[in-house]
Write a protein of this length. Sequence first.
Length: 166
Amino acid sequence: MRILGVDPGTTNLGYGVVDGEEEMHMVDCGVLSLPSRIPMEERLRSFYAELSAIIAKHKPDEAAIEEPFFGHNARSAFAVGRAQATAILAAANQGLPIYYYSPAKVKEQITGYGQSDKQQVQKMVRIQLRLSETPRPSHAADALAVAICHIQQRRLNQWLAQHTPI
C-alpha cells in the first residue's frame, strides 16, 4: 500500500510518499514552495500541477490529507482550506481515495500524544521510517507523518475487523 501524505499550506505544501505493506519506508518527500507575493490562484494552480505530477510519478493507492486547524483565525483557515481543496482535487482527479486527519490525530498516531511538538513528531517520523536524518524542511516531515498516520489507522481498522466478534 503506497500512501501520499499532504500537509497543505498556501506558500509551502508538504508531500510525502510512504510504502507501508509490512514495514514502512519513505519513497519521496518534499515541499512545493512559492512566494506569498504570487497571487493565490497562481500558487494553487502550480501546486495542483506539481502535486498531480507527483501522483502520476509515484502512483499512490490512497491520499491522506491533514485538515487545517487555526483556532479562531478564520482568514488563515480559509486560505489553508483552499490549498487543502487543491490537494483533494489533484488526488480525486487521479482516482485516489482520500482520507482526512486532524493535526491532533496525526500527533497522537505518530507519538502517542495529541499535543506533541513538531520536534517530537519529526523524531518519530525519522525513527518509524528508519531514516538516518530527520526529513527537511518540516512541512515534508509533517506530510510523511500524515501518511504514516493513515497507514497505522488502516492497520488498526483491519485488525479490529478481524478480531471483533460479530
